[in-house]
Design a protein around this ligand. Sequence first.
Ligand code: PLP
Ligand code: COI
Length: 360
Amino acid sequence: MKYDISITKTTTPKEKPTDESKLGFGTIFTDHMFMMDYSAGKGWYNARIIPFGPIAIHPASTVLHYGAEIFEGLKAYRAADGTIRMFRPMENIQRLNRSAERLCLPELDEEGALDILNTMVELEKDWVPHSEGTSLYIRPFMYGNDPHLGVHAVKEATFVVICSPVGAYYPEGLNPVKIAIEAHDVRAVRGGTGYAKCGGNYAASLRAGEKAEKKGYTQVLWLDGVEQKYIEEVGAMNVMFKIGGKIVTPALDSGSILPGITRKSCLELLQDWGFEVEERKISVDELFAAAASGALEEAWGTGTAAVVSPIGQLYYQDTSYTLCGGKIGQTAQKLYDNLTGIQWGKLADTHGWSHIVCNG
Ligand code: PLP
Ligand code: COI
């Protein structure tokens, strides 16, 4: 079911960035945004694309007091054949609905949500950057909007989509990042919201992130919230290790790890290439023992923003290991080349992951 979208175009279009090497991540926004409101009993209404700008919000709004917010992140690419494509958008829509269910926010019609993304990307297609390594980052988000202070499941909500032309998420680009394993704070616990993409998970992670940054590390690697023993994920990406030739990645069944779409895609590629893949618990002790013995060959993170990001150094308590001589490993490089090759339409998309939106 498609939503009936009205379009009001801006009368003052912005200059598009001319130097695409300086895009960075999430600081420049396109000319328009999508908005749609929800009210219990009425459903979703007033689907509209309007000029990008500030959002008015009631001071008692649920999101401001109780953090009722979920979001997604996906990208549109300018492919080699001139088309504009999104990568596995239905996966993001389905994850958004799973997050909505966890936070008691209203779900979206899947086909309707895909039509919203298509409409936004087509309208903003001139904002999809051209240079290698760049894309249009699409950030759908939803927040609870009840104008009173009672703590209840929301009855009013707003769904918004904004878009931002981006380059690499980390200033390091494809160079290895330094990651600190957090020994004190936890991000998520069993039964909590770890598997959902909600703003509160990120708010709770900021203190450890700041501490790690001050020590010269790019991001935090979280341990499980119960025993603080098992590896979970990095601040904005899932994590994979190559140990003794096998690929090992934390299993998702704890419910405290975000089920990444890049993770899923990389595991499918690795299996295609004949790697043995183990989705299981991996303790920090096992990881460091593998690092000490030399069995830990490579580590990398996966995420929409981060793509495939090699980990060059791992720190935990007072020990630090340099991995792969601080250089990008072969497997991480192959994953990056193949995944981006499919996204940019340079390699055959045998899995049917690319969703063509329009001609560029
Ligand atoms: N884990 C966290 C906490 C994230 O923020 C992200 C980014 O979205 C990921 C994992 C990777 O998920 P995906 O590959 O779907 O972008
Ligand atoms: C993404 O990769 O899309 C994310 O959401 C990570 C982020 C929090 C910047």
